[in-house]
Design a protein around this ligand. Structure first.
Ligand code: SPV
Ligand code: MG
Length: 305
C-alpha cells in the first residue's frame, strides 16, 4: 500500500460538505480499485487560466467495481466485499469519496451500510430509487423497477439518523428517466426528495441528445424556486458526454461524476497490450503503451526502505 496519501477518516468525511457549503462546483472521477483511485487522485493539468485543474472527489462506482470482477452490475457482490474495496481505495487516496450504494437494500441494510461508510471516511453516499436487486442503468433493453418514493425517502432518513458525525451527505438518485417513467415522474420524486432528509438530488439519464437532462435541470431549478428548498444537483453525463462540465455547472448542477472512464480506458489499453505482444512475438513493442516501472514504483512506493 502506498503511504503517499494519508488522511484520517474524521478529517476526510466532511470535506465534500464543506466544499458544497462554499458553493464550489465539483468534478469526480471513477475508481474501482486502489490503483485507479490513486491515478484519479493524482491526475492534474495546468488549466487554461494557468491554475491547476484536478478532480475534486473519487466516485466509488458499483458498475466499475462489478465490471473489474467480471460481474454484472446487479448488486451481486456482497456488501462486505464492496466495503473492503472502498477501504482499500480509501487507504491509498486522500480526496473526498463518493460511494455508490446502489439501492442500499432494505432500511436495516442501508443503515448498516451508512455507518460503515461513515467509519471509512466517505463524504457522500448516493442511493438510487430502484427496487433491490437493481439492474444497471445504461444497458439497453433492461427493465427497471422503481421504489415507492415515500418509502425511499424514509430509508434515507434512517441512514442519516444512524450516522454519528453529521459530516456525511446522502443524495437521492432519481431513476425515472432511466426506467422510462418520464419527466413528470422524475419531478414528482424530486419534489418528495427535496422535502426529505436527503441532502441532494442525483438525476440520471441515458438520452444522448442531452434534451432530457436539460429539461429536467430547468424544471428542477423552477422547483427549487417554487419550494424555496435549494439542495445540490448531481449528474452523471456518460450518455450526453458532448456537454462540458462547465455548461452543466452553469445550468445549475453542483457535482458532475465521470462514472466509468478509468475502467473503460484500462480495458482498451490492456487489450492493446495483449495484441501488441502477440503480434510482435515479444513485449518490447508494448513498452510505448505501458507505464515504465520506475514511474509505477514511484507512484506506489517500492517498499524497499
Ligand atoms: C455506476 O458507476 O455504478 C453508476 C453510474 O451507478 S451508471 O453505471 O451509469 O448507472
Ligand atoms: Mg452504480
Amino acid at each position: 500500500m502506498t503511504l503517499k496519501h494519508r488522511i484520517l477518516a474524521e478529517d476526510r468525511r466532511g470535506l465534500l460538505k464543506a466544499m458544497l457549503g462554499e458553493g464550489r462546483k465539483l468534478r469526480a472521477i471513477e475508481a474501482h480499485n486502489p490503483l485507479s483511485g490513486l491515478i484519479g487522485n493524482e491526475a492534474a493539468i495546468d488549466g487554461p487560466d494557468g491554475a491547476r485543474k484536478e478532480f475534486d472527489a473519487l466516485w466509488l462506482s458499483g458498475f466499475t467495481c462489478a465490471s473489474s470482477r467480471a460481474l454484472p452490475d446487479v448488486e451481486l457482490a456482497r456488501q462486505e466485499r464492496k466495503l473492503e474495496t472502498i477501504e482499500e481505495i480509501a487507504a491509498a487516496t486522500d480526496k473526498p469519496l463518493i460511494a455508490d450504494a446502489d439501492t442500499g437494500g432494505d432500511k436495516l441494510a442501508f443503515r448498516y451500510l451508512c455507518t460503515r461508510l461513515e467509519a471509512l471516511g466517505v463524504s457522500l453516499i448516493i442511493v438510487e430509487d430502484k427496487v433491490f436487486p437493481k439492474r444497471t442503468s445504461l444497458a439497453a433493453g433492461v427493465q427497471h423497477d422503481l421504489e415507492d418514493p415515500a418509502a425511499f425517502a424514509a430509508k434515507i432518513g434512517t441512514g442519516k439518523e444512524a450516522m454519528l458525525s453529521g459530516d456525511v451527505l446522502i443524495f437521492a438518485r432519481i431513476e425515472s428517466l432511466i426506467a422510462g417513467a418520464g419527466l413528470d415522474d422524475a419531478l414528482m420524486r424530486a419534489r418528495i426528495y427535496l422535502d426529505s432528509p436527503a441532502d441532494g438530488i442525483v438525476i440520471h439519464s441515458k438520452d444522448k441528445t442531452g434534451e432530457e437532462i436539460f429539461a429536467f435541470i430547468d424544471a428542477f431549478n423552477a422547483l427549487r424556486h417554487e419550494t424555496g428548498i435549494d439542495k445540490p444537483l448531481l449528474c452523471i453525463p456518460t450518455a450526453y458526454n458532448f456537454v462540458h462540465d462547465t455548461e452543466l455547472f452553469e445550468r445549475g448542477v453542483s457535482v458532475v461524476i465521470h462514472a466509468n472512464h478509468l475502467l473503460r480506458a484500462a480495458f482498451l489499453a490492456m487489450e492493446q497490450a495483449c495484441e501488441t505482444i502477440l503480434r510482435a512475438d515479444r513485449s518490447r513493442e508494448a513498452d510505448d503503451i505501458c507505464v515504465d516501472l520506475p514511474r509505477l514504483f514511484d507512484l506506489i512506493g517500492t517498499g524497499g526502505k
